[in-house]
Design a binder for this molecule. Sequence first.
Ligand code: COA
Length: 184
Amino acid sequence: MVDSDLLSQDGHGSANSLRPPDEAVVSIIRTAEELKEALHIRQRVFVEGLGVPLDEEIDAYDGGGDPQKVAQDVVHVLAHMNGKAVGTGRLLINPPIRQLPKAQRISVLDEAQGKGVGRRIMLSLQEQAWARGFRGVILDAQLKAIPFYEKLGYKVKGDVFLDAGIEHKKMELVFGGGASLNNE
Ligand SMILES: CC(C)(COP(=O)(O)OP(=O)(O)OC[C@H]1O[C@@H](n2cnc3c(N)ncnc32)[C@H](O)[C@@H]1OP(=O)(O)O)[C@@H](O)C(=O)NCCC(=O)NCCS
């Protein structure tokens, strides 16, 4: 019997062809074309959906549309489902904040939400952090998204603050449940 979950870890086309149709495939963005798809998703989810100003949504970590320009500092990922780009996210790795990389811009198109895409995006970013020797990941969570991150093991750190006019709380995941690195 072929275990499609095991095969799906290697990222090769042969494995992807064995995936169940509704399972998201997350890959690292390497081309300007892929980043364009990611920025389009962010525009729909954050700018049109949540009212974030476009000039706050897109920043220097987006490399002016060229992922290679910022590859030392940030890992962008793109999630596809049934061949369509439906979600994205990025991990700031340089400089780390209090020794940890920061997950940002986690977004899934409305029509693809609730199908495990966001979870796979986070697991992919965490894998990137782990592979670089980091001990965990931090992020700023919109209050509505806190239960989503809690299911992945993140813990709230600190009080509510406003970012782009939206209420957030800082959250942190320490791999293996180790001690927090954030003493704020
Ligand atoms: C938050 C977001 C990324 C989640 O992505 P998603 O693909 O819908 O989430 P998943 O389907 O992977 O959910 C994984 C688990 O979290 C739960 N979950 C997801 N969003 C949730 C929410 N808002 N409240 C409670 N639980 C939630 C799911 O029910 C699922 O639980 P299960 O494992 O018990 O079945 C997505 O809803 C989104 O893009 N929202 C708008 C943008 C946003 O707020 N981004 C976060 C910025 S901090």
